[in-house]
Design a protein around this ligand. Structure first.
Ligand code: ADE
Ligand code: ZN
Length: 331
């Protein structure tokens, strides 16, 4: 099984680049940029990674992101993630970045994008890893602030492949961003949204019907609503599920209680992703391994999860055919 897990070609569709900031790099960048961190060392920081819920994680995640200042910082961060992709046989990745987290600190809008794009271009050239970039709007901020960010993004239309919605879910429903997503769609961007992570199944309905997203990030709370599960299955709406994230943030008390395989058996287009791997204890292979270890996922099921990600990703049909064949050849 371990060889199979390592060799299975993987496609990642739910990855916050700021969530790949490992403690060692956080300390190195804090030093480089003279940013103070409220922890004595890497071990003290790691010890703080005990999350009661999404908000307790977000508090640390935004604090950590404050060490990212220059284009080179974002390049180094992205290159470190892509090096992990290569080790885990992630052959295609569609990653999120949160520009508002950075512009709020006086970082120019283009700085993160330039660093991320430079690393992605190099990884495609050197290793053949293909990618897309999704700009995420922070839902704890106002729609007006989000619209201002979208207006800044317009000048970079060719470098941004889609628009997403993340951060504190409960109390910040999809309806709050209906105008913003309408505008994003008018500008030609495919849209995705975090929904049904901590928030109720109704947020998934609203992400589909009000925001008209093409994928749901997380979406595991659909399990509470049989009608919604039937719709997601019949329309093959992709769900970008993040197993290690869900157990670390107490969405499920234990991996053995995760419902991803049940959703797979019901015909939903569920996929496996790492979300914020530096904070949640593992990258893509570790997420697949958790399903094999705690849910006894078969090779056939793990292959199906990877094939679902091919279906759900934004590559063209020819590239998808090549990836499907590579996955099916992995026995
Ligand atoms: N930002 C980074 N990770 C997130 C998550 N799991 N949910 C919502 N917002 C996030
Ligand atoms: Zn996420």
């Amino acid at each position: 099984m371990e060889t199979f897990l390592a060799e299975l070609p993987k496609i990642e569709l739910h990855l916050h680049i700021e969530g790949t900031l490992e403690p060692e790099m956080m300390f190195a960048l804090a030093k480089r940029n003279q940013v103070a961190l409220p922890y004595a060392d890497v071990d003290a920081l790691r010890a703080a990674y005990q999350f009661a819920n999404l908000q307790s994680f977000l508090d640390l995640y935004y604090q950590g992101a404050a060490v990212l200042c220059t284009e080179q910082d974002f390049y180094d961060l992205t290159m470190a993630y892509l090096t992990r992709c290569r080790q885990d046989n992630v052959v295609h990745t569609e990653l999120f970045f949160d520009p508002q987290t950075h512009t709020a600190r006086g970082i120019e809008f283009a700085v993160p994008l330039r660093g991320i794009r430079r690393a992605l271009a190099q990884a495609e050239q050197q290793w053949g890893i293909t990618s897309r970039v999704i700009l995420c709007i922070l839902r704890h901020l106002s729609e007006e602030e989000g619209l201002a960010t979208l207006a800044q993004a317009e000048a970079y239309r060719d470098e941004i492949d889609g628009i997403g919605l993340d951060s504190a879910e409960v109390g910040n429903p999809p309806a709050k961003f209906a105008r913003l997503f309408k505008r994003a769609r008018e500008l030609g961007w495919p849209c995705v949204a975090h929904a049904g992570e901590e928030g109720p199944a109704s947020y998934i309905w609203d992400a589909l019907d009000l925001l008209k997203v093409v994928r749901i990030d997380h979406g595991v709370r659909c399990h509470d609503d049989p009608l919604l599960m039937a719709r997601l299955a019949s329309e093959r709406v992709p769900l970008t599920v993040c197993p290690l994230s869900n157990t670390r943030l107490q969405v499920f008390a234990h991996m053995s209680e995760h419902t991803i395989l049940d959703l797979l058996d019901r015909g939903l287009c569920v996929t496996v992703n790492s979300d914020d791997p530096a904070y949640f204890g593992g990258y893509m292979t570790a997420n697949f391994r958790a399903l094999a270890t705690h849910l006894q996922a078969s090779r056939e099921q793990l292959r199906m999860l990877s094939l679902n990600a091919v279906e759900a990703c934004w590559l063209d049909d020819k590239q998808k055919r090549v990836l499907r064949e590579r996955i099916l050849a992995c026995l």
